[in-house]
Design a protein around this ligand. Structure first.
Ligand SMILES: C[S@@+](CC[C@H](N)C(=O)[O-])C[C@H]1O[C@@H](n2cnc3c(N)ncnc32)[C@H](O)[C@@H]1O
Length: 221
């Protein structure tokens, strides 16, 4: 993780809550050890809070890794709720299943191996919350694949809206402002996405500058 905010602000956000549990802490330790890019606990807390605010029952994730962000969502869902995890890496997905089974939450999760953008075509909406966290160059594609499946008042959240390894926020801002710059594919993917959701009819977007930055788009109609 390369947090946007100073370390002590992130620590403060984590200290305020919502509370992680022992499994979240175990997954955090794993992410740290392996350098795996989860959303981290400060954003995880926001995912949980946002799911609660919109009274989420169904969540779809594009790119779930070993299930960290999905687990923050799952804890907020009712017993008959559902979070759909998608992952191209079979081992990561199996680890997610194991974490969910240990937590007694596997019955409210679907584990889909393969390309998330293909998988979403197999699902009918409505979804209350969607998390976009797959390849940055395909964020627009992911949004277009799911936008009609998001219910009114539902949310599309996109991680890495500000930073991540190859993303340069200066380039993102320049591209968003219409300047022509040499930029990585990832920076270009994020700039395309932010420009796209800014213009998307029926959606209102704002940036949550926590963790690596989350673009929060609400479906108005
Ligand atoms: C940043 S990680 C996801 C982290 C997860 N959302 C979390 O916070 O714990 C991105 C994951 O998306 C997976 N991925 C990338 N492109 C994908 C695609 N098209 N379909 C499904 N998974 C994909 C990668 O293998 C990787 O595990």
């Amino acid at each position: 993780m390369s947090d946007v905010l100073p370390e002590e602000v992130t620590a403060l956000a984590e200290a305020v809550g919502p509370e992680p549990d022992e499994l979240v802490e175990e997954m955090d330790a794993r992410a740290e050890r392996e350098g795996f890019p989860t959303v981290g606990p400060a954003v995880g807390g926001w995912l949980a809070l946002l799911a609660r605010v919109v009274d989420a029952r169904r969540v779809f994730e594009f790119g779930s890794g070993f299930g960290y962000s999905a687990y923050w969502f799952a804890r907020e869902l009712p017993a008959d709720g559902e979070v759909v995890l998608t992952e191209v890496d079979r081992d990561e997905l199996e680890d997610a299943r194991t974490y969910f089974e240990r937590a007694g939450l596997a019955d409210r999760a679907r584990f889909e191996h393969g390309d998330a953008i293909e998988t979403v075509t197999e699902y009918e909406g409505p979804f209350d919350v969607v998390l976009v966290d797959n390849e940055k160059s395909r964020y627009v594609e992911a949004f277009e694949a799911v936008r009609e499946k998001v219910r009114e008042g539902g949310l599309v959240l996109a991680d890495n809206a500000v930073t991540a390894g190859p993303i340069d926020r200066t380039d993102v801002l320049a591209l968003l402002s219409g300047e022509s710059v040499e930029a990585s594919d990832a920076s270009r993917g994020i700039a395309d996405y932010l420009g796209h959701v800014r213009e998307a009819e029926g959606f209102e977007t704002a940036l949550l500058p926590l963790g690596e930055g989350v673009a929060v788009s609400v479906r108005r109609d």
